[in-house]
Write a protein that binds this ligand. Structure first.
Ligand code: SF4
Ligand code: SF4
Length: 289
């Protein structure tokens, strides 16, 4: 089974719109994973029916056993994250949002009153869509470990995929740990960018990161007609690296209305929809689907 991720060097380039359109137009048996776990929006465009939830436990957090604590305050002094406080009656407690699970407090406590305990950071959601099964996640506010959650979402999506032809992944923006986790083990990446100095800068950084993995790359330029000069710069940059630009999506207000209606834009007749269908065809040729 092929694994293809749609990624962007920065948020707001239209990555999820492109993923939903590809989910709609690519042929064959498909499954989907939304690895943009901090803003999982693919579900908003694929109308999933939820089938189940799996709790996600990230790093452990400190917990003070009140009965063993003698209120010496050493743990509070030692915590660099200011995660330990004292209430009005003198009891010490841990703020789980601030706690980074470093275990320093446990090491300094003379009474062995501190344990590191499991902490649920979110949920992985299994769902069905008209196009195939979808796995996505909800990370609770203030929770970390999104790289680990991406790994778990991919693992669940691979299990859900069975013997389908393609796992299509909506990846996270940027170049951090969740992106590395997304790139690991995939066959190809579609990098979505837009014409502008910041987007080109972020595309360069993403290409630098993704080039460290053994996979094929393609670039899609969204809203390409808004700044033709920068579109040419992106094309020239990609040509220099031998990365094919497989589509230039024009700015199209119909995209906004399709998103507002919770639909892939390929369900509408418009210029952006036609270009996204062509991108799907070029991708199929490139992937030999
Ligand atoms: S585990 Fe680390 S971050 Fe958490 S309360 Fe203890 S010292 Fe602070
Ligand atoms: S170091 Fe241990 S005994 Fe001292 S306040 Fe913290 S938990 Fe209580």
């Amino acid at each position: 089974m092929l694994q293809v991720a749609v990624l962007s060097g920065k948020g707001g380039t239209g990555k999820t719109v492109v993923t939903a359109a590809l989910a709609d137009v690519l042929p064959g048996a498909k499954a989907f994973a939304d690895c943009d776990v901090e803003a999982a929006n693919l579900a908003l465009l694929l109308s999933p029916k939820e089938r189940g939830r799996i709790p996600f436990f990230g790093m452990k957090k400190a917990e003070i056993r009140r009965e063993a604590c003698v209120a010496c305050g050493l743990c509070r002094e030692a915590c660099h994250f200011h995660a330990i406080g004292k209430d009005t009656v003198g009891h010490y407690h841990v703020d789980r949002v601030r706690c980074e699970g470093c275990a320093v407090c446990r090491e300094v406590c003379p009474e062995r009153a501190i344990n590191l305990v499991e902490h649920q950071d979110g949920e992985i959601i299994l769902a069905d869509t008209a196009q195939g099964p979808l796995v996505y996640a909800e990370l609770y506010p203030g929770s970390g470990n999104s790289g680990l959650l991406v790994h778990e979402v991919k693992k669940a999506a691979l299990k859900e995929s069975g013997n389908r032809d393609l796992l299509l992944i909506d990846g996270p923006p940027g170049i951090g740990c969740p992106v590395i986790s997304t790139l690991s083990g995939i066959n190809a990446a579609v990098l979505v960018t837009e014409p502008g100095i910041a987007a080109l800068h972020d595309l360069r950084r993403l290409v630098t990161v993704s080039s460290g993995f053994s996979l094929s790359h393609w670039v899609v330029i969204n809203r390409a007609d808004l700044h033709p000069g920068y579109t040419r710069k992106i094309e020239s940059y990609c040509a220099g690296l031998g990365i094919p630009v497989i589509g230039k999506i024009p700015f199209d207000p119909v995209v906004i209305s399709a998103v507002r209606d919770g639909l892939p834009v390929t369900r509408r007749e418009c210029a952006a929809s036609r270009e996204l269908q062509s991108i799907g065809m070029r991708l199929m040729e490139g992937l030999s689907l």
